[in-house]
Write a protein that binds this ligand. Structure first.
Ligand code: MEV
Length: 307
């Protein structure tokens, strides 16, 4: 029996979330500690979708999966198959709705799986087109960074509607990701920032510009391998993300805990209002001791990765 298979990995935004929606740059890296695998095979009857949110017939999928089901329908239609006759099995270690690119990565793995199932070549542009369809349904007005980073799988400097720029990162440190365990709501957070800018346009725009400047400076610091300055930029970015209303007490507690335990920098990552934070340590021992402190302060999970 033909089984189509597709993979994707999660992502972390180092700097530039939210301001990237307004044309400022963002720095994002793939995060291989978390991944998604999709398998697709023909069903004898009505096809079933099996994923973290839902296990049941494809024709009955809940609204939360609308982005994904639209893409599944679109691709099967393109290859003249009936989507209702496919079994789709999605296994993911990316915690959903935590700012780690889960929705985009699930879409990437499933699109790759479908093209593999149909034995069709999939270009980068075609992949991105489909992921963006799903992301727009889920997030409303996404900058496109999640779609781009999860489909490319390499560190990127991303500016909306401009060609992305891959970059190399070997800053000689460790990144700790701490999960508050609380679902983040990217769509709501993006809408809240839009309201903030509408209400206080001068302050709003200047904070977005400041985040943009921090990200550009961050890119320079990565090139210079200046981990201390990069850490300072993370703190600064977090303070502005608080001001524009996308942090919360859980995230702030974990950021403060990281600082108290010797992190060189710490901030929320992704949409905020729940979700994950990141911290930077200059060696493995410190990374583990920060990770333990985060767990003691209520983090539901942590990941450590060398950058
Ligand atoms: C979400 O990972 C990043 C945000 O900037 C939203 C977006 O860019 O679409 C919060």
């Amino acid at each position: 029996m033909k089984i189509g298979r597709g993979n994707a990995i999660g992502k972390i935004i180092l700097l530039g979330e939210h301001s990237v929606v307004y044309g400022e740059p963002a720095l994002a890296i793939p995060f291989p500690s978390t991944n998604v695998e999709t398998s697709i095979f023909k069903s004898n009857g009505l096809g079933v979708l099996n994923c973290i949110y839902y296990m049941g017939e494809l024709v009955e999928t809940p609204d939360i999966l609308l982005g994904l089901t639209e893409v599944i329908k679109g691709i099967t239609e393109k290859f003249k198959e009936d989507y209702k006759k496919l079994n789709i099995d999605i296994k993911s270690t990316i915690p959903p709705e935590r700012g780690m690119g889960s929705s985009a990565a699930v879409a990437v793995a499933t699109i790759r799986g479908l093209y593999d199932y149909f034995d069709e070549a999939l270009s980068d542009d075609e992949l991105l087109k489909w992921v963006n369809i799903s992301e727009r349904i889920i997030h409303g007005n996404p900058s496109g960074i999640d779609a781009m980073i999860t489909s490319r799988g390499e560190p990127l400097l991303y500016i909306r509607n401009q060609p992305f720029k891959p970059f190399e990162i070997s800053i000689g440190g460790y990144l700790i990701v701490g999960d508050t365990g609380v679902k983040g709501k990217t769509k709501e957070a993006v809408e809240a920032v839009a309201k903030f800018i509408e209400k206080t346009p001068e302050e709003g725009r200047s904070l977005i510009k400041e985040l943009g400047l921090i990200t550009r400076t961050g890119m320079e610091k990565i090139k210079e391998k200046n981990i201390n300055d990069f850490g300072q930029l993370m703190f600064k970015a977090h303070q502005i993300l608080i001001e524009i209303g996308v942090s919360d007490s859980n995230l702030n507690t974990l950021v403060d805990t990281a600082v108290e335990n010797g992190a060189l920098g710490a901030k929320l990552t992704g949409g905020g209002r729940g979700g994950c934070m990141i911290a930077l340590a200059d060696n493995k021992e410190e990374a583990y001791s920060i990770s333990e402190a985060l767990i003691r302060k209520g983090a539901k999970n942590t990941w450590i990765s060398e950058i």
